[in-house]
Design a protein around this ligand. Structure first.
Ligand code: NAG
Ligand code: NAG
Ligand code: NAG
Ligand code: NAG
Ligand code: NAG
Ligand code: NAG
Length: 429
């Protein structure tokens, strides 16, 4: 019963995360646009498989109802994704050079970055506070559990961040290890870190598109080297099912350069769809994902999250030029919105399974100071997509964890300077 109630409240939270900004600004026209995308998605899918039929009534219903329940809730519930960054000397929460699970490319201080203010910003929602990370409570909460991250390198960063946060509470560092002794690399498909004294694992599955990628048959046009099967989940998806917390992302690879530029095109059923746009393909893949979650995930056991698109701050992407600032931007400059994130919201609203959308797009948009820049594993290239650790992904994890804590622990604090105190809870005690 308790878990049922919690599920409902998670669902409501997921629906209410759209900020007033999001709904007001040509809300109708956007919804219409997404509707068109998903409309074509549905008809494609219909043509292939009757298995998707049950999605249709859900989607239609959602499109007619969506948003309005959100309006009602906006005044009462805190929108944790609407806020600003404030300086806080209690950050950062760990030293990347002392955490064996930060890959070299993300350890900016270790790679020579000298300015340090970027480490000290905390995300402050307008009408509440995010529960502060409490390592001992979190370690206890995760006992005997399985936390699974699925996605691209941004997901790997968040996986690394969570492990390092948790390791601050572990004295015997040797008791935390990768289950196969694997090293962290950019291509590796599975990494699983076990906290043996608490019997839980924090796992990462690399699945940059979530759907299945295949080399293409010989009879296809020569330029088609591989294809994404938009209607089939990645073949490692069976590994994600029996988890307690499941966090997805995708987005960074849905760009023409990484797809068509490498000879990768889209496939539906047995047929190649050369004319399909990346945006439409993304929508189809997400509907495939949502059907998979609704069919495979037991929501009494597994809490499902989807993290929205991570903005980058390139000055000129073609030339791979960017300037890392020393302070966050004053204005998000449009980077606080992404059509990918909007598609995530629309697809999630139509699902039966409660899915919490971690809408990190707006908060991350201000942080042109937080990317790895030249302080990566390849100083000759600048990188304004990935983030330094410690840094922004730690905040994504604080948001994730505040959704996992039992309701009582997670009560919204009135905005009068009181917070769940880190001293009292003993972050490093
Ligand atoms: C992080 O740890 C390394 C290695 O122990 C140390 O040299 C460095 O000074 C530490 N950095 C900070 C910011 O504390
Ligand atoms: C460790 O956790 C698993 C579930 O992930 C459970 O099946 C197993 O019994 C636990 N082991 C111990 C020793 O508690
Ligand atoms: C779903 O998970 C709950 C809680 O772990 C369990 O009691 C239930 O039997 C599961 N249902 C199915 C259909 O596996
Ligand atoms: C980036 O650089 C290329 C090559 O110099 C140039 O053609 C393009 O206009 C630049 N893009 C932007 C956004 O400045
Ligand atoms: C950004 O860096 C380039 C060199 O990569 C430099 O020419 C330019 O002046 C910098 N711009 C700003 C605003 O600092
Ligand atoms: C803040 O509000 C809480 C709950 O309303 C109250 O208990 C607390 O005393 C207030 N703190 C201050 C510093 O006003």
């Amino acid at each position: 019963m308790i878990s049922l109630n919690r599920s409902v409240s998670f669902k409501q939270r997921a629906q209410s995360v759209g900020s007033p900004r999001f709904f007001k600004k040509s809300w109708v026209s956007r919804l219409f646009r997404v509707h068109i995308v998903l409309g074509s998605v549905i008809s494609c899918l219909l043509a292939i498989s009757g298995g998707y039929l049950y999605v249709i009534p859900n989607l239609t219903k959602a499109f007619h109802e969506s948003g309005f329940s959100g309006f009602e809730k906006l005044d009462r519930d805190c929108d944790v994704f609407d806020g600003n960054w404030v300086l806080d000397d209690s950050y950062p929460m760990y030293n990347a050079s002392e955490c064996p699970f930060v890959e070299k490319g993300f350890n900016c201080l270790g790679n020579g970055r000298t300015d340090k203010e970027y480490l000290r910003w905390r995300w402050k929602p307008k009408n509440c506070d995010i529960s502060r990370f409490n390592v001992h409570k979190t370690l206890e909460m995760l006992r005997n559990k399985r936390v699974v991250f699925v996605g691209d390198s941004m997901s790997r960063t968040q996986w690394e961040s969570l492990i390092c946060l948790l390791m601050t509470g572990i004295e015997d560092k040797q008791s935390v290890y990768e289950v196969h002794g694997s090293k962290i690399t950019k291509q590796i498909r599975f990494l699983g870190v076990k906290f043996s004294s608490f019997n839980f694992t924090i796992e990462f599955y690399r699945s940059v598109f979530l759907v299945q990628h295949n080399w293409s048959p010989k009879h296809w046009p020569r330029r088609v080297r591989s294809a994404l099967k938009l209607d089939v989940m990645d073949d490692i998806s069976k590994e994600w099912i029996n988890s307690d917390v499941l966090i997805f992302n995708t987005g960074q690879w849905w760009v023409p350069g990484k797809l068509f530029g490498t000879g990768c095109y889209f496939q539906l059923g047995d047929s190649l769809r050369l004319g399909l746009s990346v945006a439409n393909a993304f929508g189809i893949a997400l509907v495939t994902w949502s059907s998979w979650v609704d069919a495979m995930i037991n929501s009494s056991r597994t809490q499902v999250f989807f993290r929205t698109f991570e903005p980058s701050h390139w000055r000129n992407l073609t030339l791979r030029q960017c300037n890392i600032t020393t302070q966050p931007l004053q204005e998000a400059g449009g980077k606080d919105q992404s059509p990918y994130s909007e598609t995530v919201f629309q697809v999630v609203k139509a699902m039966r399974t409660p899915v919490t959308v971690l809408h990190i797009t707006p908060m991350s948009a201000f942080r042109s100071d937080a990317h790895v820049g030249h302080w990566s594993d390849n100083p000759s290239l600048s990188d304004c997509s990935h983030w330094c650790l410690p840094g922004i992904p730690d905040m994504w994890n604080e948001m994730l964890l505040s959704n996992l804590l039992p309701e009582k622990e997670n009560e919204i604090n009135p905005v009068n300077g009181t917070q769940i105190s880190r001293d009292a809870n003993g972050l490093d005690g």
